[in-house]
Ligand binder design. Structure first.
Ligand code: PMP
Length: 354
């Protein structure tokens, strides 16, 4: 029996993907060779890369719209830098909604003027700022659609003529958005897409080539586009598992189908947080993330018992991040509703026993 895995990332992936991935490590496509011991330029691996890229664009509804999907390395953290390197000429605008947005801001400051249009730092990032204005002369506007640590999520994509760039590391492929509103989207694979080790970048080609500086090859999106994510050796295992997960999502009915499941999980979770007098939610209700539910005990003295109940119920990964404390239930695409029900049950049990 597997545990109920609420880990914030790396995190739960579909069981059938795990099984296929483990088989491919032993023998890939009946080649008598492992996936991880063949050339990344072999016919069999090139087909994996092409399939992964085309599934990304298909699932996001971005086929034939001038976008390219890249599988890179360095995590979302390197994208904080790469985005600015490739797109920031003079001025960039950022919305500061948490730790990751702050880190993106720190890197971008190396390249030009940075306008922080709004920040929710004053309330430990428990809400999404609204009603800010974006300077029309910014080279781009950067948002973080889901704030993994604080459990907030942007519900409406901002309406702007400025090129939109988004870190979607913790909610990509989880809900329907008009992805064509974005010039660039990036996401570390290790939540809804696959294992750690690769980072997805989806970029509209016509936003590139506008900065004056020379870009080092490994950071240059145009070089990676030219070389079809094979400028250097790609992380073959991470790309393969991502491809399998994207295929799993497509077979399930795509983002539209998973969004319904994610809504049901989140509603079940937040309903108990709101009903149970022993708990309180951390994030502002209107900005609550459907991926990461953050909540605290009203009375810390219940912690020992709650942790014991969680352990007995085979629940893994609900400890909150140190900057929020309490608990965080991450409910990524592959987490079944039954796991949320098990968590809700022990919250009720705590209420009975405490
Ligand atoms: N952005 C967000 C929203 C994240 O959740 C994370 C990691 N949890 C990162 C960026 C950093 O990603 P990486 O570890 O792949 O650099």
């Amino acid at each position: 029996m597997k545990k109920h895995n609420f880990s914030a990332g790396p995190c739960i992936l579909p069981q059938e993907v795990m099984k296929k991935a483990s088989e491919a490590v032993l023998d890939f496509n009946g080649l008598g060779l492992s996936l991880i011991e063949i050339s990344h330029r072999s016919k069999d691996f090139v087909a994996v890369m092409e399939q992964a890229q085309s599934l990304v664009l298909e699932l996001l509804g971005l086929e034939n719209k001038g976008y390219k999907a890249l599988f890179l390395q360095g995590g979302a953290s390197l994208q904080f830098l790469s985005v600015a390197y490739n797109l920031l000429n003079r001025k960039a605008a950022y919305l500061n909604t948490g730790t990751w947005a702050s880190k993106a801001i720190k890197e971008a400051k190396l390249f030009g003027e940075l306008v922080e249009v709004a920040s929710s730092k004053d309330a430990n990032f428990n809400y999404i700022p609204k009603g800010y204005s974006i300077p029309a002369d910014a080279d781009y506007f950067h948002i973080t659609t889901n704030n993994t640590i604080f459990g907030t999520q942007i519900k409406e994509v901002p309406d702007t003529d400025v090129t939109l760039v988004s870190d979607m590391s913790s909610d990509i492929f989880s809900r329907q958005l008009d992805f064509s509103k974005f010039g660039l989207i990036y996401a570390g694979a290790q939540k809804n897409m696959g294992p750690a080790g690769t980072t997805l970048v989806v970029v509209k080609e016509d936003i590139l080539g506008k900065v004056e500086r020379t870009i080092p090859s490994m950071l240059d999106y145009r070089i990676h586009i030219d070389k079809e994510s094979m400028f250097n050796t790609p992380p073959v295992f991470a790309v393969y598992v991502s491809m399998l997960t994207l295929q799993w999502l497509k077979d399930l009915g795509g983002i539209q189908a998973i969004e319904k499941k994610n809504e049901e999980k989140a509603k079940t979770m937040y309903a108990e947080i709101d009903r149970n007098p022993l708990f309180k939610g951390f994030a502002a209700p209107e900005d609550r993330s459907y991926m990461n539910a953050t909540f605290n005990l009203v009375n810390e003295s219940h912690k020992e018992l709650f942790d014991k109940l969680a352990k007995e119920a085979d629940i893994n990964g609900i400890n909150g991040h140190r900057s929020v404390g309490g608990y965080r239930a991450s409910m990524y695409n592959a987490l079944p509703l039954e796991s949320v029900q098990v968590l809700v049950d022990i919250m009720k049990e705590l209420e009975r026993k405490a």
